[in-house]
Write a protein that binds this ligand. Structure first.
Ligand SMILES: [Fe+2]
Length: 404
């Protein structure tokens, strides 16, 4: 994020004495990426941000993965993973179940109605897509309200907690956890970081915190997910429960270009063409070795003979994960895919529409569909929730039968 923001009170000159009304100094913290060589923000705390009084092991949920072997496309029904009757006691952090993962990114799913503990992910940025629900995310930078269709972007090591508003529906959250940073694609940005005219969204669509939270408290526990030599079953990811002497949300002000924000999928302006446009026009974010795209409701191809559904494609360098969240996905008709489904189409295998969908799409001028796609450049493995949610038989739906 190269988009400057200032919230609350900051001193006129950085790295100089900044005091409260009683004359006490505030404690300045620089939160910065890539070793002082990329985006950063300066935060001003009432308490010392490094003052911990305890550090204990946090037992992480199951993070082991199994290879997609023998290789095949898969259909995972995420809505089968949680019983809505039980989710009032599930929180959006500890309740996440690992669906797919590799050394660059992990995709988890949770249906939650409970407030999460304070938490930060010290491994990479998180991009949480809100399939359904509303609530708040409180962070050291201030609060973000979230609603259905939001991507909630939380920079690495940002202390925060989730507060689902479960009064109507629980929050269905699709968490994309990177081992890197997640940002708008570089090709959407000028060399100084402003969104260019060809980008399908711009700065007006990004919503950051508006004011400091200024919470008092002591002995506050924060769950920290971090790199480590944890159990082999956790793929080298470890958890620690730190206790802070003072509340981490004691910031009176901050400024800079690094902060959490939301972006709603309805604010993505689809790019369409006379014939089929390739997936990069649907891209919304990128991380190291993966991209995030969204397929939004849109007018489609206007050549009289165009075939609006995709051609069959071997994206030889990536695994493709589609999460179907709204409408009626044209290319998957006849496959059993529905809202809440994931399709995993791995590298090394050509995929495309179900055969009847090709003819049926000719002449159609509008697709009412909404899907979030993650393409990874390393193969994805199945987490415990991926294995538990699998609908067997999907691999044979193009042929209309399995092995004799
Ligand atoms: Fe594809």
């Amino acid at each position: 994020m190269a988009y400057y923001r200032q919230v609350g009170s900051v001193p006129p000159r950085r790295h100089t004495a900044f005091r409260d009304d009683s004359g006490a100094l505030y404690y300045e913290e620089l939160m910065g990426e890539e070793g002082f060589s990329s985006d950063s923000s300066l935060l001003y705390h009432r308490g010392v941000p490094s003052a911990i009084v305890d550090s204990q092991t946090w037992e992480l949920p199951e993070l082991a993965t199994e290879p997609n072997h023998p290789l095949k496309p898969r259909h995972l029904k995420l809505h089968s993973l949680f019983d809505e009757a039980d989710v009032k006691a599930v929180d959006p952090v500890q309740g996440r179940r690992l669906v797919l993962g590799n050394a660059d990114v992990r995709i988890s799913y949770v249906v939650a109605g409970e407030v999460s503990p304070y938490y930060r992910n010290a491994i990479g940025d998180e991009c949480v897509y809100v399939e359904q629900g509303r609530g708040r995310v409180e962070t050291v930078f201030g609060a973000l309200d979230y609603r259905t269709g939001d991507y909630v972007l939380i920079p690495r090591a940002t202390t925060h907690r989730w507060l689902p508003d479960g009064s109507e529906v629980p929050s269905r959250l699709y968490a994309i956890e990177a081992n890197s940073h997640i940002a708008p694609p570089k090709r959407y940005l000028s060399r100084f970081g402003q969104f260019l005219e060809h980008a399908p969204y711009c700065e007006r669509d990004l919503h950051g915190p508006g004011e400091p939270l200024l919470v008092d408290g002591d002995d506050v526990e924060v769950l920290v997910k971090h790199r480590g030599n944890g159990p082999a079953a956790s793929n080298g990811i470890a958890g620690t429960r730190m206790t802070y002497a003072t509340h981490p949300f004691d910031v009176v002000g901050w400024d800079g270009c690094l902060y959490p924000y939301t972006f709603n999928v309805e604010d993505f302006m689809p790019i369409t063409g006379k014939v089929h446009q390739p997936p990069p026009v649907h891209q919304v974010f990128e991380g190291s070795n993966f991209v995030v795209c969204n397929f939004c409701p849109r007018k489609v191809d206007y050549h009289p003979d165009s075939i609006p559904v995709p051609y069959y494609h071997s994206n030889v360098d990536s695994d493709e994960v589609m999460f179907y969240v709204g409408g009626d996905y044209e290319a998957r008709k006849g496959s059993g895919i529905n809202i809440g489904s994931i399709s995993l189409h791995p590298g090394g295998y050509a995929h495309g529409p179900q055969p009847a969908a090709v003819e049926a799409s000719i002449g159609v001028d509008y697709f009412d569909e909404l899907a979030v796609m993650v393409d990874t450049f390393r193969p994805l493995e199945l987490g415990e929730a991926g294995a538990a949610a699998e609908e067997p038989g999907y691999a044979w739906t193009w042929a209309g039968r399995g092995p004799r």
